[in-house]
Design a protein around this ligand. Sequence first.
Ligand code: MN
Length: 491
Amino acid sequence: MNELKKYAVWLVTGSQDLYGDEVLRAVDAHTREMVEWWNEDPLIPCQVVWKPVVRNPEEISRILAEADSVEECVGVIAWMHTFSPAKMWIGGLQRLRKPLLHLNTQYGRDIPWESIDMEYMNLHQSAHGDREFAYILARMRLPHKTVAGFWQEERTRRRMGNWMRAAVGVAESRRLRVLRISDNMRQVAVTDGDKVEAQMVFGWQVDHYGVGDIVRATEAVTETEIDAQMADYAAHYDLDTDRLEAVRYQAREEVALRRFLEWGGFGAFHTNFQDLQGLRQLPGLAVQDLMRQGYGFAGEGDWKTAALCRIMKRMTADRSGGTAFMEDYTYHFDPANPLELGAHMLEVCPSLACERPRIRVEKLGIGDREAPARLVFRAKAGPAVLATLVDMGDRFRMIVNDIDCVEQERDMPRLPVAGVLWKPRPSLETAAEAWMTAGGAHHSVLSYALTAEELEDLAELLEVEYVHIGADTDVGALRRELRWNDGLYRR
Ligand code: MN
């Protein structure tokens, strides 16, 4: 089954008691048909659940409270097929904590010129019914997305699907536990932040464990478990080294880390190369293989990027494409072919690979430990996004850059890590200036499987400042936007 189908969104259709049973029966029949149709549609990632039409404040409050309490429900789609006076919605909406999509559609696409009469008009009222509803959303300043368009139209379904993906991200965010192994890299600013605020805004429970706990867990791993992990590596990767003991040590670390993550219900984690204590290698291959399985990760104590990585991986669990922790590494300032190389010292997720990854064992200049095993590969070409989350002191800011990953044409025989080459939009220089003007981190999450619109929906639903850098970005205009935002978000 499609991974995202286990998440449900409820279609709640508003009306009132004015119209009589016949009209309301027609409303229910129409919405049943729409839900069945959407559930066959590949652009609709989640299960859409039909609910009977609601006619008064009691029914509205009851259905929204139920949506809030049912775990598999990640959001509510509200649609006013007929007119539903919006004061009836205030109480229910005040308590709704789940993501809301306001769908402004119409059951019949075209005006039936020959047969249209007042009966038809009584049933097809969303052009004004949805405006009444939209007013109260605007008046209450409720975070939501509005999608207008015929319900079978590709644009409508795609935009609904984007919101659903963001709603899955919100659900994952609110239940996320992040495992911190050690603390942040010493003196680094951007990877740190306010964990209490993060829990209030995103719902993340960010917990620290000492490296000694992980060391003890690695010591408890048996040779049989390491053999099984090695067999799993052989199924996914090629061995490009004869230093098997080093690879087996990563297998040991992976078994230990996975056991720890499962024990604590953690969806994301970080390491810190400055604090390895009794670990013989910085986890490399171990971390890369855990990312392939869907865990969020970031290096150097970067708990925010690890969490964002997990959320973006869950939002795309039904899509191939690849989503990974990334770091801006090196520029290629050739005016004929400007590029940026993204990589990390070890931990690049194999979901980005365009070829079968190879396991290699190479010396690591920092961390002062044995040469770690890691996966090396070339990355896919194609459009992607880079996303980062920074703590501005009075708020979190999400920054998203549209990029185009390109095929790696030249070999880098002496570089023993996986890397991705990309051209940022609108250009290497402008994107870098815009990203840094906004305070964007050197750590980010790269995804071939998400679009900027889906991440904007996520930021909107989480009520986080969103900064987009794309084809139209102008640094001067962006600087003014950031200055205005400083005023808006000041508390
Ligand atoms: Mn880093």
